[in-house]
Ligand binder design. Structure first.
Ligand SMILES: NC(=O)c1ccc[n+]([C@@H]2O[C@H](COP(=O)([O-])OP(=O)(O)OC[C@H]3O[C@@H](n4cnc5c(N)ncnc54)[C@H](OP(=O)(O)O)[C@@H]3O)[C@@H](O)[C@H]2O)c1
Length: 266
């Protein structure tokens, strides 16, 4: 499969690097389109893919066209793209808030996929979820799974609404965890640890807890109960979180993120 990536910024660049790193697509089969010369040169040198500054007829040589420009740049990019599209080409968008309907109208094209990746894609540990339009066949869905599994883990959504829902969970999720990590790091520092030691304590705690959860295949509730003995330290903190309704606040916040994702979906 031959892949063109339109937009070599944070996300387009992360996907490109991950695909080449795990050899999911050969660099000779990848074209990067990126107007910023510095980003273009750095990425093509790091990955060995070919690159150019603008969308043009070269795109006709590629089967999969991945759009990774900012949502604000979507309309001009899609206008340019629409001129060169061939019916067999599969368009994959990672743009937050740009619906399949908007893409269909802008591109006059039916084979469309929406993907919501997240930022750990940068280290091939991303979580992506995709939804494909009806015109996308089984083989093409497999291509999408192959691409985004190379960037971490990939799920197929049951409907397009699940993309907005996943935006509030896995898309924005790293931000929630960084917030929690920030509070834990500040607490560690106020308890006397240096910045470096505080970060190590928190990072390794989050990493270890996640790996343990993955290895045990039980609910987080079970693990929480296992580590909170009656009268102990963990329970002292957890009881306080419960009294302050921290759990409800987290769920309310995620609901707000979901509503915002729906508002932005045009
Ligand atoms: N970053 C994330 O964590 C994340 C997560 C999920 C989804 N996404 C989605 O990924 C998309 C890209 O986000 P980002 O953070 O990677 O943005 P970004 O760093 O600004 O990257 C976008 C790149 O696209 C380039 N570009 C603009 N117009 C173009 C065109 N017509 N043809 C080719 N390239 C063009 C931009 O070049 P210039 O700088 O020269 O304009 C820029 O380098 C967004 O739609 C966002 O919703 C991002």
């Amino acid at each position: 499969m031959r892949l063109a990536i339109i937009g070599g910024g944070n996300m387009g660049g992360a996907i490109l690097r991950a695909l080449v790193k795990v050899e999911a697509v050969s660099p000779e089969d990848i074209l990067l389109i990126e107007p910023d010369e510095e980003k273009r040169v750095i990425l093509s040198a790091a990955t060995g893919c070919s690159s150019q500054a603008e969308i043009d007829e070269t795109l006709r040589n590629y089967d999969l066209l991945l759009i990774a420009v900012k949502p604000q740049a979507a309309t001009p990019a899609m206008e340019l793209l629409a001129q060169w599209l061939l019916p067999h080409q599969l368009i994959i968008s990672v743009m937050a808030g740009i619906s399949l309907e908007t893409m269909k109208n802008a591109l006059g094209h039916a084979k469309l996929v929406r993907v919501m990746p997240n930022i750990p894609t940068l280290i091939a540990e991303g979580m992506s979820i995709f939804f494909a339009s009806e015109a996308v066949d089984k083989q093409e869905r497999e291509w999408v799974k192959t691409l985004f599994s190379a960037c971490g883990t990939c799920l197929e959504a049951k409907d397009e609404d699940a993309i907005d829902a996943a935006t509030a969970i896995s898309g924005s999720g790293p931000g929630y965890l960084f917030y929690f990590a920030e509070q834990m790091t500040a607490s560690a520092k106020s308890l006397g640890f240096s910045e470096t030691d505080a970060q190590i304590l928190v990072q390794k705690t989050i990493r270890g807890a996640t790996l343990l959860w993955e290895s045990q295949q039980v609910s987080p509730e079970t693990l929480r109960q296992q580590v909170s003995s009656p009268g102990g330290t963990t329970l002292a903190a957890l009881n306080h979180f419960q009294e302050k309704n921290v759990g409800e606040s987290i769920k309310d916040g995620i609901q707000l993120a979901y509503q915002r994702a729906k508002e932005l979906s045009t």
